[in-house]
Structures are given as structure tokens and as C-alpha cells.
Design a protein around this ligand. Structure first.
Ligand code: ADP
Ligand code: ADP
Length: 225
């Protein structure tokens, strides 16, 4: 069975009492181990679709089934627990806590687990080593470059060992060299660790690094490229 089934999903927002459609009957599967790039013009619904898949938002109609769980039917409390256990998030502007060190940022997702402080620290150190930042663990975000910040964010995204990684414009704030490093890392998470990755991107290089590309246009999905 596919990891994710997106079943006839539509989404609209209410604006001045009127329903503004954003996604129209989007229907497709994502296989376990897939590395998918979602492309399309600004405003075509990419972030909305990504947020629905990650359980940050609810569809207006349709179902989203991840690993046999219908996340469109869950209440906010259960959804928050489900996200913490199953999804790693990567954002364009990193979303790191400025007053915390790289290590403390990466430990954050483990705060609410039953792991001991020592175990949390070990896992965070392992994740930071994996992204090549073992020598930067005490640095705070303002002491790190953009590429390093995104690598810290990737370490934070994988520290809980989630099945699925969602990345919204992960190279959007980076120079070419840092972007290539981040893309190489994402590819390694996919190929070596078997993580399923869904990435929204405007970046042709980023899309080429993925295994499959889908385009959204005005809320409708193209065939698999
Ligand atoms: P992108 O994901 O393409 O980088 P954003 O998600 O920031 O861009 O916003 C895309 C469009 O959605 C923008 O036109 C923005 O004004 C609109 N938008 C985003 N969030 C909201 C919101 N909460 N209410 C109304 N419009 C929004
Ligand atoms: P993309 O990521 O492709 O740029 P988005 O998914 O951010 O597109 O936005 C798609 C459309 O949905 C845009 O027209 C945007 O204005 C609208 N939109 C997104 N979020 C909201 C929101 N919270 N409230 C109202 N409109 C929104």
C-alpha cells in the first residue's frame, strides 16, 4: 500500500463570505520511499497541499490517509501527537530558536518524549553529525551561515526518526553552493535512510534532485513527470 493516499481532496477558504477554491479534487498516492517535488506558480496551492499532508490543516472535503491513519478525521490534540511522531518539517527560513544552541534546537522535538536527557542529547548529537555539524553544536543561529542553519533544521527534522519529511522551499534562502549541500543531504536521507520526502520548490535544480515531480496549477494536479 502507498504511504500516503490523497483521496479527492478539495480545499477552499472563506473570504468575505465567499468560498475561494484553492485545491480542486486532488487525488493521488505517494509511495513509501518516494522523493517528490511539488512545483507550480505562486498561489497554485502547493503549500496548502503540503500542510494538509503534514496534518497542519484540514481539507474542506476528501480524505488523507497516511500509513493507514485517516488524518483528515483526527482532532487537533491527536493530530499534534501524530505530527510529532511521524513528520519532520523543513522550512525556507529554518524556524530555529535564536537563543538556543544548534544542539538545543535539535533536541527540542524530543522534549515531550519519554527519552532520558542523556538519550536526547546523544540522538541530537548523532543527527548533527549526520548533517556534518558535529563541530558546531554549541553555536547559536546567528553564529551560523544560511547553509549551516538549514542543516541544523534538517538534523531537527530527522531526530525523532519520522517516516515522512516535508520541506517547503528548503533551498529558497540559500546560495547555490549551500543549496547543493542541502539537496545532497535530502537525497541521502531518501536513499540511505529510506525517508519519504515531499518538497515544495521553485528551484529547478532542487526539482531535478527529486525522483518525481508534480505540478500544481490553480489547485489542479498534473500527471507525474
Ligand atoms: P508561498 O508558500 O508561495 O511562499 P505563502 O504561503 O507565504 O507563499 O503565501 C502565498 C499566498 O497565500 C500569498 O498571496 C499570501 O498572501 C496568501 N496567504 C498565505 N496565508 C494566508 C492567510 N492566512 N490568509 C490569507 N492569505 C494568505
Ligand atoms: P503556493 O504555495 O502554491 O504559492 P498557497 O498554497 O500558499 O500557494 O496558496 C494558494 C492560495 O490559497 C492562494 O491564493 C492564497 O492566497 C490562498 N490561501 C492560502 N492560505 C490561506 C488562508 N489561510 N486563508 C485564505 N487564503 C489562503
Amino acid at each position: 500500500a502507498p504511504l500516503i493516499r490523497i483521496e479527492h481532496v478539495s480545499k477552499h477558504y472563506l473570504r468575505g463570505g465567499e468560498a475561494v477554491p484553492v485545491l480542486a479534487d486532488v487525488h493521488f498516492d505517494i509511495a513509501r520511499g518516494e522523493y517528490l517535488a511539488l512545483m507550480g506558480p505562486s498561489g497554485s496551492g502547493k503549500s496548502t497541499l503540503l500542510n494538509l499532508i503534514a496534518g497542519l490543516d484540514q481539507p474542506s472535503s476528501g480524505r488523507i490517509v497516511v500509513d493507514d491513519t485517516d488524518i483528515a478525521g483526527m482532532n487537533e490534540r491527536s493530530l499534534a501527537d501524530w505530527r510529532a511522531a511521524n513528520i519532520g518539517f523543513i522550512f525556507q527560513f529554518y524556524n530555529l530558536m535564536p537563543v538556543l544552541s544548534a544542539l538545543e534546537n535539535v533536541e527540542l522535538p524530543l522534549q515531550l518524549t519519554r527519552l532520558s536527557a542523556r538519550e536526547r542529547r546523544e540522538r541530537a548529537l548523532t543527527a548533527l553529525s549526520l548533517v556534518g555539524l558535529a563541530d558546531r553544536v554549541k553555536h547559536t543561529p546567528r553564529e551560523l551561515s544560511g547553509g549551516q542553519l538549514q542543516r541544523v533544521a534538517i538534523a531537527r527534522a530527522i531526530v525523532s526518526d519520522p517516516t515522512l519529511i516535508v520541506a517547503d522551499e528548503p533551498t529558497g534562502d540559500l546560495d547555490r553552493k549551500s543549496a547543493e549541500e542541502v539537496l545532497a543531504l535530502l537525497l541521502r536521507l531518501n536513499q540511505s535512510l529510506g525517508k519519504t520526502i515531499i518538497m515544495v520548490t521553485h528551484d529547478q535544480h532542487a526539482a531535478q534532485a527529486a525522483r518525481a515531480v508534480r505540478h500544481l496549477d490553480k489547485g489542479e494536479l498534473s500527471a507525474l513527470v
